[in-house]
Design a protein around this ligand. Structure first.
Ligand SMILES: [Zn+2]
Length: 341
């Protein structure tokens, strides 16, 4: 992904991506995002009223001065977070809360916002598939702009044949037979879906995995047990993805080394904080994941606390990428579901 991100941040062809170049770009985009949000959104005008971009944001270390935002802000005051008129919103993702009382979260996207995700899927999936693959999508894909639909668009740009199926029921295997038949008939070589569902069909039918080379697990926590079930039964390589609706569906993905997920850092600035004090934590320490969107127009998220517990992996990845890696997410601090897609 480094070459792709290098191009996105304006490096000339042949110039390798470096941390200083990336962080200079992130600071500039952060400043622009804060200025835009203060100007266009009633919510951020209020929340960020004490922040003066020129005075307060001279380095990424100054991030800590910026107030957090939370899921409750999105639930209670979501429409006021928007930075474009409704006529420019091309897609609204509504997330029902798993709790009994909360209002749904509604996240707005412009067409350009969705293009950022499609482009990420196109480049981020190159470790898993190429033009010779047939990939089965077991994520919601019926609606235009759904995660599966954006994934399909990104993959088709790379020439991958895509079979959009939709999400399998998590707790009942009534559709498993149909999916297994599809894998065999179409000689599926790669799957994207939830770890529980893919592990279940891999256990049911090891023979169906004969053609399967790779699987990408998304949408929820991934257990070692499910990874072993898939790799053991099917003899394929498992990759992981971390993303939430608020992060633009796509967030970070495994490279071929498959230790942690590289963040798409041209679009997202991640931090790990100590949950109680809110203080930033150094690489390697576990804490709460906070992210800021750097390129989103309809509804930017600024120091948004999604409630997941994670950490940056402290050492450079063996793949040679300079992009930060998120370790496997542990648990949700707030215990509220619904944001993951
Ligand atoms: Zn890597």
């Amino acid at each position: 992904m480094d070459a792709w991100i290098g191009r996105k941040i304006g490096l000339r062809a042949g110039i390798g991506l470096t941390r200083p170049a990336l962080e200079a770009y992130q600071l500039e985009m952060l400043r622009r995002t804060i200025a835009m949000a203060k100007e266009r959104s009633g919510f951020y005008a209020e929340r960020l009223s004490g922040i003066d971009v020129d005075r307060d944001l001279r380095s990424l270390g100054d991030m800590a001065r910026i107030p957090f935002s939370r899921e409750d802000d999105l639930r209670e005051r979501g429409p006021r977070m928007a930075c474009v008129p409704q006529s420019e919103v091309s897609r609204i993702v509504t997330l029902e809360t798993s709790g009994s009382t909360g209002r749904p979260k509604r996240v707005f996207f412009t067409e350009a916002d969705q293009e950022l995700t499609i482009d990420f899927f196109h480049h981020g999936m190159k470790n898993l598939v190429d033009g010779s693959d047939t990939l089965l999508i077991l994520l919601p894909c019926a609606r235009p702009g759904s995660v599966g639909d954006l994934l399909r668009q990104g993959l088709e740009r790379g020439g991958t044949a895509v079979l959009p199926y939709g999400q399998l029921p998590r707790d009942d295997g009534s559709e498993d037979g149909r999916v297994l038949a599809l894998i065999r008939e179409r000689r599926v070589t790669s799957l994207v879906g939830g770890p529980v569902e893919i592990a279940r069909i891999a256990r049911k039918c090891p023979e169906a995995g004969e053609s399967v080379r790779t699987a990408l697990l998304s949408t929820e926590y991934v257990s070692e047990e499910n990874i072993s079930a898939i790799e053991g039964n099917w003899g394929c390589r498992v990759f992981e993805h971390y993303g939430t609706t608020e992060s633009g569906l796509g967030g970070a993905v495994s490279c071929h080394v498959r230790e942690g997920c590289h963040i798409r850092e041209a679009d997202l600035l991640f931090e790990i904080i100590e949950p109680d004090s809110g203080e930033p934590l150094p690489d390697g320490e576990w804490g709460e994941i906070v992210f800021t969107t750097l390129t989103r127009a309809a509804m930017p998220f600024i120091r948004y606390r999604i409630g997941d517990i994670g950490r940056f992996m402290p050492d450079p990845c063996a793949c040679g990428s300079v992009l930060k890696r998120l370790d496997r997410v542990r648990d949700r601090a707030a215990g509220k579901g619904g944001g993951r897609r």
